[in-house]
Design a protein around this ligand. Structure first.
Ligand code: MN
Length: 283
């Protein structure tokens, strides 16, 4: 299934070019009391909600997708894990372009490991990206996003798949400069997740998905997840060896080559095969 959050926190099931309001399925969620468990309450109960969602879809209001505002399909991730320089050609372009490396030596993912982005940087496709530091170079980074489905610590590579709830398109917006990665990539609206969550049962194989990003109609990034240096199971194994993963945690798997600056007024069209496409405005 393709599950979306839209308008004022409505839950939607995507059906071709329409969205079905299945918000009544949320009544099946257990009541929460303080302190709330880490992670996203909806994603934690996603499997139990499948029945109620199917039922709600039979009578839910249908709207054209084009007429709604898409929010992040994950509302409350406990953390956003991100992979630096996880495509060979992006490593090469980063080393060649002083506008990216700022005179520093660009290390490999084997040397760097993964890093964290602020969970408050998260927005949906319809929210758009706000460039608050317009005097600096700010780049798009298109990435396959993996959404964790179940809690786990020290997850073995062979178990990684069963901890995945689904996939989405991710944007890891980045200020170029000398500051720490987590700072440069954690500004409000600098993580875009969308257009919806495609459940793992619907996207059985994520090892060769074509990713494409265009800005104002011009293709800038085009690659395949087949070129990931650390694949998805490796990222889950590595990240969970340090911190417990919770339902709704987002893993940004790294960007391929073609990163480039954006400016207010630009529109990024992002597409990943098997997931869908989204238009994201820069403000
Ligand atoms: Mn990135």
């Amino acid at each position: 299934m393709k599950l979306a959050r839209f308008d004022n926190d409505r839950l939607g099931l995507v059906d071709d070019d329409e969205i079905i309001d299945v918000s009544t399925a949320l009544d099946a969620l257990p009541a929460l009391s303080w302190p709330v468990p880490a992670g996203d309450w909806l994603i934690r109960h996603l499997e139990q909600l499948r029945g109620p969602i199917r039922k709600a879809a039979q009578s839910g209001a249908r709207t054209a997708l084009a007429g709604v505002t898409l929010r992040s399909p994950v509302a409350n991730p406990s953390k956003i894990v991100a992979a630096p320089v996880n495509y060979r050609k992006h490593l090469e372009e980063s080393r060649a372009d002083e506008g990216i490396n700022y005179g520093g030596h660009v290390r490999t993912i084997d040397e760097l490991g993964v890093f964290l982005k602020s969970s408050t940087s998260l927005v949906g496709a319809g929210d758009g990206v706000v460039l608050s530091w317009t005097e600096r170079r700010i780049d798009h980074e298109l990435e396959l996003a993996v959404i964790v489905g179940s809690e786990g610590y020290c997850i073995a590579r062979n178990d990684a798949r069963r901890h995945i709830a689904g996939y989405a398109i991710g944007l890891d917006m980045s200020i170029r400069g000398t500051e720490d990665r987590s700072f440069r990539k954690s500004l409000d609206s600098f993580t875009v997740l969308g257009p919806w969550l495609v459940s793992a049962d619907e996207l059985a194989d994520c090892t060769d998905l074509t990713l494409t990003l265009s800005v104002n109609g011009q293709v800038r990034q085009q690659s395949s997840t087949a070129h990931l240096i650390w694949d998805v199971p490796k990222l889950i194994e590595y990240a969970s060896s340090a911190y417990r993963l919770y339902p709704g945690d987002i893993i940004l798997t790294g960007t391929p080559e073609g990163v480039a600056p954006v400016k207010p007024g630009d529109v990024m069209d992002c597409r990943i095969a098997g997931i869908g496409s989204m238009s994201v405005a820069i403000r």
